[in-house]
Design a binder for this molecule. Structure first.
Ligand SMILES: C[S@@+](CC[C@H](N)C(=O)[O-])C[C@H]1O[C@@H](n2cnc3c(N)ncnc32)[C@H](O)[C@@H]1O
Length: 194
């Protein structure tokens, strides 16, 4: 996975839309298989907020960051709460990768609401919806299809933008998978500001 974090993962996250200088939120980052490549892309002018509820995972991530001399990762232990203590309209890209299935519908709706709040107007919400009916179903996704998940995100004021498929990280190995990118619903944004 070391090679994924510094090479293929960098290529994949560039392809989904992360750029130099951006602010990224990796919610449910675990040991950082996506945090590390994101931090390499955003560079010293950017920042990656790495959120998890497991301190041990965050410790491991921080050790890797030290080893790779990455100073732009801010690890946040939320103890599992859904509220994200990050300012409104401040994040360019949010990653919900292999994490939504931990949460029941009401919590997922709150997560989408938080994502909408912290994302900039032209920000990107990127979701790896692992564990739906089509793909090793478990936990809160065990009865949901991929299109159900896509629909509930669109029902939360996001518009589906693009799908990116390839060899990606899942747990501690590489697998073929797809992530879905969403943008904020512009009409809703205008409505909120008026
Ligand atoms: C399966 S791992 C995915 C890790 C990473 N996103 C990836 O794709 O490699 C899910 C992680 O989400 C974390 N998690 C689940 N619910 C969470 C919550 N409400 N707040 C913070 N972290 C959460 C778990 O502790 C776990 O580390």
């Amino acid at each position: 996975m070391e090679r994924w974090e510094v090479k293929e993962g960098v290529g994949f996250l560039r392809k989904i839309g992360i750029k130099s200088g951006q602010s990224v939120l990796d919610f449910g980052c675990r040991i950082g298989h996506y945090t590390i490549p994101a931090a390499k892309i955003v560079g010293s002018k950017g920042i990656v907020y790495a959120v998890d509820k497991e301190q041990q995972a965050l410790n491991e991530l921080q050790q890797k960051a030290i080893h790779l001399d990455l100073k732009n990762i801010k690890a946040i232990n939320t103890s599992g709460q859904i509220q994200i203590s990050i300012e409104n309209d401040s994040i360019d890209v949010i990653l919900f990768y292999d994490v939504l299935h931990y949460h029941e519908k009401k919590e997922r709706e709150e997560l989408y609401c938080q994502a909408y709040r912290v994302l900039k107007q032209d920000g990107l919400l990127s979701v790896y919806p692992k564990h739906t009916l089509e793909d090793e179903p478990i936990q809160e996704f065990r009865r949901l299809s991929l299109s159900d998940v896509k629909q509930e995100i669109e029902d939360s004021n996001f518009i589906f933008d693009q799908k990116h498929c390839g060899l990606i990280s899942h747990d501690d190995s590489l697998t073929q998978g797809c992530v879905l990118n969403f943008r904020k619903h512009e009409e809703m944004y205008k409505y909120e500001r008026n």
